[in-house]
Design a protein around this ligand. Sequence first.
Ligand SMILES: C[S@@+](CC[C@H](N)C(=O)[O-])C[C@H]1O[C@@H](n2cnc3c(N)ncnc32)[C@H](O)[C@@H]1O
Length: 344
Amino acid sequence: MISEAFDQIKYRTLAYARLALYSLESLPIQWSRRWIDQNSIPPSELPKSRHQDLLQSFESMVRKDIANIRQGLYTSDLVGPENPTQHLSRYLKIFTDSLFSSYRKSLGVNKHFSEEASVHLEDLPDYYKRNFHFQTDGYLSEQSAQFYGHQTEILFRGTLDLMRRSLLGGVLREIQESNGPLHLLELGCGAGELTRILAQSGEQVKIHAIDLSQPYLEMAQSRSYSNSNVTFQRADAETYSSSEKYDYIFSGYMFHELPDDVRRAIVENAFSLLKPGGKFVLLDSLQKDDDSRFNWALEQFPKQFHEPFYKNYIAKPLEPLMKKHFSDVTTEVAFLSKAITAKK
Ligand SMILES: C[S@@+](CC[C@H](N)C(=O)[O-])C[C@H]1O[C@@H](n2cnc3c(N)ncnc32)[C@H](O)[C@@H]1O
């Protein structure tokens, strides 16, 4: 009883401290963006009721996360804070880099690549060759891969990993409770943010993670995982084929960056890669009216960041597309994200 109360206090404090830290980190970036790019929306424009909605939804997500932690679904290295010196030194570099991305945004430049990044441009689909979020080098440099996790946490004020964890709790439990060996495939693993959570699933689980970005895959490969059975491969989720059929396929925050036809093709491909009875778990941003309190946030996002397919993404619910191929399609919402689970 006492330890339960202690855990509640500890993890709640951690989550709110994280929210405060990343909110603080976002301020100099927003101020300088405002200064460089006159079209940016000022940070103080949110009415009080919207802050209340956000805080309420944040609190219910924290409660879900604490319940998952108490059930032993993830280890402490996933939940605890990172080394402060490393964090601060990366933040200073991210702040400096944000001056350049604000400048690119002010000029409307969204297809700019350094020499290092240009090397990777060959063989990539057109929709992909751009500076998503106006980030330097898009997904195509080592620096971009090093910054991604921290940058996106600043964007979501320290709530992104919380969203991933709280949405994956149910399926992680299911996987951890299963006896036999399981094969998982992750589509668009990026720098391994979601992979780290999936790797909490135990050594009986093999995880194969694919992405289009070589630098992001290298970053993902260099990280340590609780499960030693994690492999990575450069491949396109639209065309990836394998003699292996998977028990679970995951995708995290990739679909909102895809054109509609590519979304369709990837869902179809995921279906063909699953074993009968296998599940596709798709995590991504909320879509319009998933939680109508946050429709305003979904509309604002593509105005601030280079997200050319997002407007179409929020307007076209993924559930009907999933139902075309899969059965038992369910949706769970946490803060600004949702997870759709569908069975083959
Ligand atoms: C927003 S990031 C998400 C990364 C990570 N899954 C996460 O949870 O943060 C989108 C990722 O999808 C990858 N991607 C986009 N289109 C892809 C495709 N057709 N095949 C494989 N990966 C793709 C990008 O390279 C990028 O790493």
